[in-house]
Design a protein around this ligand. Structure first.
Ligand code: SF4
Length: 386
């Protein structure tokens, strides 16, 4: 199959004059901004894919006079490194996106929650922030942004754990509802968006919703920045149109011997070769926050699975039993099968446990462990048993 559908796009990294977009926004009604975002069908680029316009509209309709915008720059998913590149190359566009969201919902304050390992970006971000605040002053806009540094906990990428961390508490997920649109940071209505989502909002306000909708599919509009790694001769960051099949992706980025692609990092799905043609990369198929890892025949999928389980066991915050105990049991379970102490039927029991974790865990970490687990066990059972 040809790779004609793997289309390179340059929207996120396109150098633009953010000042012009901000000038346009200043004169717009908040409702018109929300409507443009709704019209664009933009879905959050963190992986979950909640419609961004809807999130903004819900928060805008809250009566509380104090609201917040939070930029989730806690990029902790293994294999994802695209937000770092966006923050490094076009930081002004991230701040601009926060100002647009701020105008849309009526917030005067925004926070960037930056992954601890990205501390080296702070001098550059501060410099850009200074220019941004000067522009805001010039346009008589009372909107300010502060940067907060995370400390390396993966769970702080979960929105409510992230709020707890900014508030100076231990970063653990909260019970939901209430959702952030009603009660987020400091208990106030909050829009929290991923770095890439905010930059998309800038480009939608610049070029219009219809331009954005020309790319992608009905369920997955627009483009997406992918961080591509593993067994590929083209590792790196690429902005591609959504809606390609895994087969088309592998034809372009594989090394000719790809046997599996892990879409969406540790919490995503492992797509085996036999499903490449039928699987679409997008919300109608396998959604991804950006991480794409290719594995060729030299890789042991047992080792891949073991690494993921090790990671989740380490990063589980321990608040709820299904996740805290479940992660450990899955890890010990596959080790026991590999050593021959348990037979292959035991893997079916572990798959059931992973499904229970999906239903019973409090947050996305415990709920998503089963994605990689189920898809690797289902498709690469023999590599785990032998
Ligand atoms: S699912 Fe895991 S990470 Fe999430 S709250 Fe429960 S123990 Fe913590």
């Amino acid at each position: 199959m040809s790779s004609q559908h793997v289309k390179r796009v340059d929207l996120i990294f396109e150098k633009i004059e953010c000042r012009d977009v901000l000038k346009k926004i200043v004169d717009m009604e908040p409702d018109a901004i929300c409507q443009e975002l709704l019209e664009s069908d933009l879905k959050g680029r963190g992986g979950a894919g909640f419609p961004t316009g809807l999130k903004w509209c819900f928060t805008a309709s809250e009566k509380d006079p104090v609201k917040y915008i939070v930029c989730n720059a806690d990029e902790g998913e293994p294999g994802t490194f695209k937000d770092r590149e966006i923050l490094d190359l076009v930081p002004g566009k991230v701040f601009c996106g926060m100002a647009i969201a701020g105008k849309a919902i009526g917030a005067k304050m925004g926070y960037v929650y930056l992954r601890g390992e990205y501390k080296f970006l702070i001098p550059k971000l501060n410099e850009e922030l200074k220019k941004f605040h000067q522009t805001m002053d010039e346009f008589n806009q009372n909107f300010r942004i502060q940067i907060r540094l995370g400390s390396g906990a993966y769970i702080c990428g979960e929105e409510s754990a992230l709020f707890e961390s900014i508030e100076g508490k231990r970063g653990e997920p909260r019970n939901k509802p209430p959702y952030p649109t009603k009660s987020g940071l400091f208990g106030k209505p909050t829009v929290i968006n991923n770095v890439e989502t905010l930059v998309h909002s800038v480009m939608i306000m610049k070029y219009g919703a219809s331009h954005f909708k020309e790319l992608g599919t009905k369920d997955s509009r627009g483009s997406k920045v992918f961080s591509i790694s593993g067994d590929t001769p083209k590792a790196g960051i690429y902005e591609l149109e959504l809606g390609m099949t895994v087969d088309e992706f592998v034809n372009d980025f594989g090394d000719g011997d790809t046997k599996a692609v892990q879409v969406g990092g540790a919490s995503g799905f492992c797509v085996p070769r036999k499903k490449f043609e039928e699987t679409i990369i997008g919300f109608e198929g396998v959604p991804t926050g950006g991480s794409m890892k290719l594995f060729n025949s030299t890789r042991s999928m047992y080792n891949v699975l073991h690494n993921y389980l090790d990671f989740f066991t380490e990063e589980s915050c321990g608040q709820c039993t299904p996740c805290r105990v479940g992660c450990q049991q899955l890890l010990k379970g596959v080790e026991a099968v590999k050593r021959g102490e348990k037979n292959s039927k035991y893997l079916d029991e572990l798959v059931k446990l992973a499904k229970t974790m999906k239903r019973a865990s409090k947050c996305g970490l415990g709920q998503s462990v089963g994605n990689a687990f189920g898809s690797i066990v289902e498709n690469f059972k023999e590599e785990i048993i032998y």
